[in-house]
Write a protein that binds this ligand. Structure first.
Ligand code: HEC
Ligand code: HEC
Ligand code: HEC
Length: 417
């Protein structure tokens, strides 16, 4: 039940959008360097997407109470408004910094890494002080957040000491002097405030980053987040830096459209970044080689490919095109999408079964939708049409079968869209 709720709120996050939008309007100029401390803090809070987890959609911004789904259970995000009793108004700057960059509460208790302190540690003390100054400038909201209960042994916060020892490396971002200022800005944003790896880097069974597969795609909350390195087969190899930047800015580009948790990241965070910052992220991601490896496409005359070809022509080609190229900013190019070719097909399967609605942003207010086929195609047919688009037009990806589809059907059945 709780799990349903957490996904419901996760997907409905646009409620906090008005907040970001009004704040952005008040903030004026676009050069973060020139912002005063509060304005700088506001921009960093948007870049870090603090509002998404710490706000129940429809509720008071930053007042907490939203359950964050993890493989170990839901962890409820606390109230971080300056309320003295129920928020963090009484916390010193030191204590705030301890929570945000080190994952430690003032009483010494460890935070769960559902709060991405392992990424925020890359920020400077100045950055975190600015975020605090911004939060302090907001109205205090009295809201008691009921803490979560995780199953043993994760209910014992001290076990997080072990987690920290294994997976947490405290320390500010250090620029690489051999690289450009733009690249370094991108690396800082991706690894620090924007915490892209929280969703895109595969996790160990304890939820720590598999650093050897940095940004190569991961499963979360009923979705697969694809490889976002420059890998040609599974990643952003076919995207130009401009494609990446416009996806982050508007939620769409000539290849893909953001949906689910990524739609929320775009609407609350990346679409409000400056053009310099989305371009810096793009430049950085395009510099990562990735290593998905070579895959041979399934033979075009195999049973699953022929069946898939027929279904594709019938059901899908009207929008995605006979050649899979789609229509820029409206219908994704299934021939070049990393979601399609990902080794983990969860998101592609889920979208065919349940349909999807992309995100509307200020730059592109229309949110194109994809119909659901879960009632019309059986599991074998869904597998076939996906095998076809995964292995046509120069693409290649491992074959999937009816069992993969049935797994996603039951995994997502309990979750709202
Ligand atoms: C991905 C979700 C997520 C994001 C993004 C996030 N937080 Fe959190 N935060 C949490 C969760 C969940 C907890 C509670 C963890 C626990 O109970 O151990 C938490 C705890 C905290 C705490 C400790 C409060 C207390 O009462 O113990 C502070 C302070 C905090 N977050 C500030 C921030 C700030 C500032 C940002 C943005 C820079 C931010 N958070 C972004 C999920 C998030
Ligand atoms: C809350 C989890 C989450 C965070 C944080 C997140 N992503 Fe994503 N991302 C996803 C999921 C899930 C998808 C797949 C769904 C989709 O494409 O809309 C995705 C898709 C993408 C895609 C599209 C790939 C394709 O082929 O369509 C890009 C590019 C991307 N993310 C980049 C980023 C960057 C850069 C960041 C950090 C600024 C980031 N993401 C942060 C979850 C996340
Ligand atoms: C009415 C037009 C339409 C039809 C018909 C359609 N789609 Fe889509 N499809 C879309 C739109 C719009 C999106 C983007 C939705 C989003 O991101 O939320 C999309 C997204 C996708 C994606 C994710 C790609 C990415 O990069 O975001 C896949 C995979 C996909 N469709 C496969 C199919 C298959 C397979 C069929 C036929 C069984 C099909 N679609 C039929 C409109 C359509």
């Amino acid at each position: 039940m709780l799990e349903n709720k957490s996904v419901a709120v996760l997907l409905a996050g646009s409620a906090a959008l008005w907040l970001v939008a009004t704040q952005r309007a008040q903030a004026g100029g676009s050069d973060p360097q020139e912002f005063t401390e509060i304005e700088r803090g506001r921009y960093l809070a948007i870049t870090s997407d603090c509002a998404s987890c710490h706000t129940v959609p429809g509720g008071k911004p930053f007042a907490g109470g939203r359950p964050i789904e993890t493989p170990f259970g839901n962890i409820v995000a606390p109230n971080i408004t300056p309320d003295l009793e129920t928020g963090i108004g009484a916390w010193s700057e030191e204590a705030f910094d301890g929570a945000v960059r080190k994952g430690v509460r003032p009483n010494g208790a460890r935070l769960y890494p559902a709060m991405p302190y392992n990424a925020y540690t890359k920020m400077s003390r100045d950055d975190v002080d600015a975020i605090r100054a911004y939060l302090n400038s907001l109205d205090p909201v009295s809201n008691v957040v009921i803490a979560n209960t995780l199953p043993f042994p994760f209910n014992i916060r001290a076990t997080m000491r072990i987690w920290d020892a294994l997976y947490f490396k405290a320390g500010e971002f250090r620029p690489d002097p051999a690289k450009s200022a733009e690249w370094n800005r991108g690396a800082f944003l991706v690894d620090g405030p924007a915490h892209c790896g929280a969703c895109h880097t595969p996790k160990t069974f304890l939820g720590g980053d598999r650093t050897d597969q940095y940004l190569q795609g991961s499963y979360l909350q009923g979705w697969s987040a694809p490889d976002i390195t420059n890998d040609k087969r599974m990643g952003l190899g076919e995207w130009s830096a401009e494609d990446v930047a416009s996806y982050l800015k508007t939620g769409h580009n000539r290849i893909s459209a953001a949906t689910g948790p990524m739609a929320e990241a775009v609407s609350l965070s990346t679409s409000h970044m400056t053009d310099e910052d989305t371009r810096a992220i793009a430049a950085y991601l395009k510099s990562l080689p990735g290593k998905a490896g070579i895959e041979t496409p399934l033979p075009a005359n195999s049973a699953t490919m022929s069946a898939g070809n027929a279904i594709y022509r019938d059901q899908c080609s009207a929008c995605h095109g006979i050649e899979g190229k789609g229509v820029a900013k409206l219908f994704p190019s299934v021939a070049s999408s990393s979601i399609v070719r990902s080794n983990d097909p969860t998101t592609a399967i889920r979208m065919v079964l349940r349909g999807a609605r992309s995100v509307g942003t200020r730059g592109e207010p229309t949110a194109p939708g994809m119909p659901s086929y879960g009632w019309q195609l059986d599991d074998g047919q869904v597998a076939a049409v996906l095998n076809y688009i995964r292995n046509s037009w120069g693409g290649a990806a491992p074959a999937i079968d009816a069992r993969d589809v049935s797994r996603v059907r039951s995994d997502t059945a309990a979750r709202p869209d």
